[in-house]
Ligand binder design. Sequence first.
Ligand code: F6R
Length: 602
Amino acid sequence: MCGIIGYAGNRDIKKLLVESLKRLEYRGYDSVGIGIISDKLNVFKEVGDVSNFERKLPKLKGNIGIGHTRWATHGEVSKLNAHPQISCNNKIAVVHNGIVENFKELKEKLKGHKFESQTDTEVIAHLIEENYKGSLLEAVCLAIKKIKGSYSIVVISEDEPDKIVGARNESPLIIGLGDGENFLASDIPAFLKYTKRVVYLNDEEICLLKNDSIKIYDLNGNEKLKEETIINWDIKDAEKSGFPHYMLKEIHDQQDTIQRALIGRIFEIEREIKFEEIIESLLTNRYNNIHIIACGTSYYSGFVGKYLIENLTGIPVYVDLASEYRFYGIRDNSSLVIAISQSGETSDTLAALKEAKKSGCNTLVITNVIGSSATRIADGFILTQSGPEIGVAATKTFTSQIIVLFLLALKISFNLKNIGTQQLYEFILQLKELPRKARAALDQSATIREISKDFFKERSFLFIGRGINYPLALEGALKLKEISYIQAEGFAAGELKHGPFALLTKNFPVVVIVTKDISYDKILANIGEAKARGAKIIAIADQNDTDIEKYADIVIRYPSVSNMLACIPISIILQLLAYHIADLRNCSIDKPRNLAKSVTVE
Ligand code: F6R
């Protein structure tokens, strides 16, 4: 989705805005623009990428500026529709994420205003102009009271050349605090190079930034004092570290991020799993059932979590797509609702979470972003601690979400006395082994690249698995389709004969996830059935499985781990397979077409 940066300070403003916009590129965009106040307001916009835009920019000076990467929602991709959008008098510039639902109505009321773009954002600029009586802050405040919908906006005005005003409602906006400079952005990586001190704006809050001060108000003009948070992300986490793509770097980060998901939660000597107090208290309740709500890859980690939690606790777990749950989900206030969202900002997930809370359910969120909207809605949150994920395709956050779900399952199981201290201890030992297992899976990268060379020109793939491997098959297919644009579908292996068989032709690639569990014989039978119909089988199998060679055409090995934790190295192998196939096809891996990292609109 769109990215926003605002800056008040003495650095080279053009360089700073362009660099920050480059760091927001991962969110997905189609056009770009900046607005800088020098002696007057200067606005520059282009369709296309930031580097191309940068080449066309003249020398620029100023101490106040805003920038935006646009992902079109209202109006085609064009220079006119790019942000900043400006007022009639060319003095006020606005960048905006989100949607103004009542923009047509507002436009009709703005008599005498000439609109140049098709965007909803332009209405905000005109509305601020209409309300301007000498104070930008007041004008923005009056304007946003009239707006319906979700937004984060950042505004500058030629008449107040030392100020930036920002406001949010259901779309993230974060203040970065510097020394003699301040930032405002939709996402932390935009200013992470300069500061780790942040203040999160809440819905219906408005802020006034100067280079040496920040003030935050509610919509009635009352000043609010807010605490700052220190982000423990490193700028190196937001860079490629020599890898050709963020995605590959983030896949390789997993040896470390798995460790980080465990830190401060597993205690070998005490034989304990611990969460923060609020989470501990949520987990002591006896729940009739657990609902997991999420979208995309986070939904699939939730689906893996269903197998883990049901297996260890016996509590039924329902996994719902957040976009469905928010309208159709059964809200049972005796259930625990777990929302999973890497960004903590996905619009449907937030809406579903709010619905669950409204119905009196206890709510908990698993996210990677401290201070994100989801953390402020739920009763408690658990951070995945993976560092920023820049590649649009989720990788390291997926495995960390699974680890957190596994820890939750163990904790609930222990509280219910389903497992005792000794069993818990054995699981802790297995968890401690996981970073090493992840390394062993990563070591398969060169082999997977070679295998990919035989398949990268294929037009379709099937992914199948049973039990916990079924959601992994779904995720493997999603990963491949989103970055390589190859049609890929995931199925529970038992379903093949109920339809998907019709797709199989000679050499049709079928990726089969094989673990030596209770359905091992059945999955071998499924392989046989698919082969009999001409399919080419790529099996992902345990390194100690000596039988699989007899069934599959190609075998990719994962290091032996207990069945419940094999999902971690298997996920890494699926990610590598998708990555290498997409890379051989020269795809835009970190920014797949039509996709955005943080889906903050519905
Ligand atoms: C796929 C992917 C998306 C996200 C989905 C939810 O690789 O990244 O499917 O998983 O958009 O995003 P979050 O987890 O931020 O709620």
